[in-house]
Design a protein. Structure first.
Length: 129
């Protein structure tokens, strides 16, 4: 994944229209190392296309180390641990069963060191064995 956060991502099916997404990010605005766990709801017929799929999700973010707080000073963390809530809307492009390209946008609300918020945008891809 490239954007905020720069991360390695893993997706696991949870049901017919739901997934779990796990991200391991590095040097993000919310911490030097961060872990996202997001539950998504897929809307495969939103675009009336078999190649494009809309999804939305909500989850938690755990961050370790300093964060730089790009948008909101409240997200500028100078301690070892951060906890946040993340929401997202995304679109998948699946040209084959072997990989997908995705674009995600959503808020991150930091709950540690006071409450702060930030918008995140990421472009990424996933390969399937």
């Amino acid at each position: 994944m490239l954007g905020e956060p720069n991360a390695v991502t893993l997706k696991s099916k949870s049901g017919s229209n739901n997934d779990w997404i796990f991200n391991l990010g590095f040097k993000s605005h919310y911490g030097s190392l961060r872990f996202d766990g997001i539950y998504t709801f897929n809307f495969p017929s939103a675009f009336n296309s078999r190649d494009f799929e809309l999804y939305a999700g909500v989850g938690a973010v755990l961050a370790f180390g300093d964060g730089d707080g790009i948008f909101k000073e409240k997200l500028k963390r100078k301690n070892d641990f951060g906890l946040g809530i993340k929401g997202l809307m995304g679109v998948n492009f699946k040209p084959s069963n072997k990989f997908e390209i995705f674009l995600e946008l959503g808020p991150l609300i930091g709950l540690s060191d006071g409450i702060g918020a930030n918008m995140e945008l990421v472009l990424g891809f996933r390969f399937y064995p």
